[in-house]
Write a protein that binds this ligand. Structure first.
Ligand code: HEM
Ligand code: HEM
Length: 237
């Protein structure tokens, strides 16, 4: 396997080995945390361990970093490939892109550390804007004409929802009316559906993208009409 093909597998590999098992754990603990809260509210006791809430929070915080990181890796490959293919090393856009990657990671780190509502809002917005700006760069396959099926749009939306969850943690705990808790639950049930969509669209994309030695042949095909040039028939002897 060529190096470029191997590099293209790093993103799916991290998703399968690390991020999806983490999603399973976070979802399981979310269910336990909710059941425990409802049971103790109704009957005053529950057999579900009290750590389920804090554990959901701990792994949830990790999940935000994991999904944002995975998205950055998913974006870095096509953007990097485009820069190398078109030899844009010293192009000002390349320097801008590198700065955007650094600024997005820095904003997420500051979001983890921020305590005040204002700063959490600022750093969550900056992290989200960073992802969207990087997603708009050349080379990224966005599938905009079929956005409802697009690995890119699902992925960015899920990442934004994770960033939002991290930003509102203190609101979830402070709000006695449970309004933020309900908002969090509804939005992250949507995120769960998007993650399922990522499993589907990601494996579909893996199937559609040719290995590097096949590219020159496969890209001669007409993807709209689903036809490929047939080799010239051998001259009859
Ligand atoms: C797959 C994604 C997620 C789902 C489906 C999910 C769902 C839930 C649910 C159902 C609850 C319990 C609500 C209740 O008590 O009625 C909850 C609580 C909570 N979630 Fe999430 N969540 C997800 C991701 C996250 C992330 C990424 C974070 C943090 C960055 C997070 C932070 C919290 C916190 C702090 C609580 C309150 C826990 C407690 O009461 O001790 N969640 N979540
Ligand atoms: C949390 C889950 C995931 C997120 C947030 C995510 C996000 C992204 C993003 C933002 C991109 C760049 C945009 C693009 O080129 O489409 C991308 C590319 C890609 N992802 Fe994922 N991804 C996830 C899971 C997966 C999984 C499970 C697979 C396959 C097993 C996968 C396979 C791919 C492939 C093959 C590409 C490049 C394909 C292309 O150009 O469309 N991803 N991903």
């Amino acid at each position: 396997m060529e190096l470029t093909d191997f590099l293209s597998l790093i993103h799916p590999m991290i998703a399968v080995i690390f991020v999806f098992p983490l999603i399973g754990n976070v979802a399981n603990l979310a269910w336990q945390a909710r059941q425990r809260r409802l049971q103790t509210a109704n009957k005053g006791k529950s057999k579900i361990p009290p750590v389920s809430g804090p554990e959901h929070r701990r792994l949830g915080e990790l999940l935000t970093g994991a999904v944002v990181g995975l998205t950055l890796v998913g974006l870095a490959y096509p953007i990097g490939k485009n820069i190398i293919k078109n030899q844009l090393w010293s192009d000002p856009t390349t320097i801008f892109i590198l700065l955007m990657f650094a600024a997005t990671i820095a904003s997420l780190v500051f979001l983890y550390r921020a305590k005040q509502k204002l700063w959490r809002g600022v750093f969550a917005t900056l992290t989200g804007v960073g992802l969207v700006v990087l997603g708009a760069q050349d080379g990224v396959f966005r599938r905009t004409d079929e956005w409802y099926w697009s690995h890119y749009y699902y992925g960015i939306t899920a990442a934004l929802l994770m960033i939002f969850s991290l930003a509102i943690i203190q609101e979830i705990y402070r709000d006695r009316s449970h309004r933020w808790r309900i908002i969090h639950t509804i939005l992250n049930c949507i995120a769960l559906l998007l993650f399922i969509g990522q499993g589907f669209t990601g494996t579909r994309d893996l199937l559609e993208i040719p290995l590097s030695w096949q590219e020159s042949h496969v890209y001669q095909c007409n993807f709209t009409n689903r036809t490929c040039p047939t080799p010239n028939p051998k001259p009859s002897q």
